[in-house]
Design a protein around this ligand. Structure first.
Ligand code: AP5
Ligand code: MG
Length: 187
């Protein structure tokens, strides 16, 4: 069972790369942003709680996100392992994940992209939370609440810093080289 966490600022390519890697390795891709957007689209209680928070670019309360994610991590489709994208992004989330998994995660991939490129990518994409104001806030929230996880994981497991600038396939190759897990996952 392989447990990989993707870290990186908004627009770094976590979703793009985690999706490809999960298909390649046969691991479940769990993206809390996608799950929350689905909840918003379906109008569930969680979606109603999350909608305005996401529109501002703030974080949905830990308790809600942790409950949502832990359900999926414990599911049968996660038995071979999973790639987390967008979770954890606060210290309490990282601690909750550590408790749930016992042994922690196997590897962390940190996608590094300069801020001007992040802003350029997000404004070009135009998701509901890709407005100039919200993007600035998402970047601030990342620096304040999520970036400390790099040191948290650095003390516990391998954190692979990967340059997220360049062709999507080239970035994927660098991730695969850094992880060197393809063989392991196929066993
Ligand atoms: P979430 O959906 O996780 O958004 P994010 O972290 O802000 O990041 P993005 O999804 O925008 O970027 P990404 O790194 O996935 O890059 P992508 O591959 O899309 O979270 C949204 C909101 O949900 C949060 O603000 C919060 O409110 C809430 N939330 C989610 N998880 C939470 C949690 N754990 N706790 C609390 N709240 C939570 O790529 C971006 C763009 O760049 C795309 O257009 C893509 O095509 C392009 N691109 C990708 N790679 C390249 C490349 N190599 N070259 C050029 N363009 C590229
Ligand atoms: Mg994403």
């Amino acid at each position: 069972m392989l447990k990989i966490v993707f870290l990186g600022p908004p627009g770094a390519g976590k979703g793009t790369q985690a999706k490809r890697l999960s298909a390649r390795l046969g691991l479940l891709h769990l993206a809390t942003g996608d799950m929350l957007r689905e909840a918003v689209a379906q109008g569930t209680t969680l979606g109603q709680q999350a909608q305005a928070i996401m529109a501002r670019g703030d974080l949905v309360p830990d308790a809600l996100v942790i409950a949502m994610l832990m359900q999926r991590v414990a599911g049968a489709d996660a038995a071979r392992g999973f790639i987390l994208d967008g979770f954890p992004r606060t210290m309490p989330q990282a601690e909750a994940l550590g408790r749930e998994l016992g042994g922690g995660v196997d590897a962390v991939v940190l996608l590094e992209v300069p801020e001007d490129e992040l802003v350029r990518r997000l404004l070009a994409r135009g998701r509901a939370d890709d407005t100039e104001k919200t993007v600035r806030n998402r970047l601030d929230v990342y620096r304040q609440q999520t970036e400390p996880l790099v040191a948290f994981y650095g003390a516990r497991t391998r954190v692979h810093r990967v340059d997220g600038v360049g062709a999507i396939e080239a970035v994927q190759d660098h991730i695969l080289m850094a992880l060197d897990v393809e063989q392991e996952a196929k066993r």
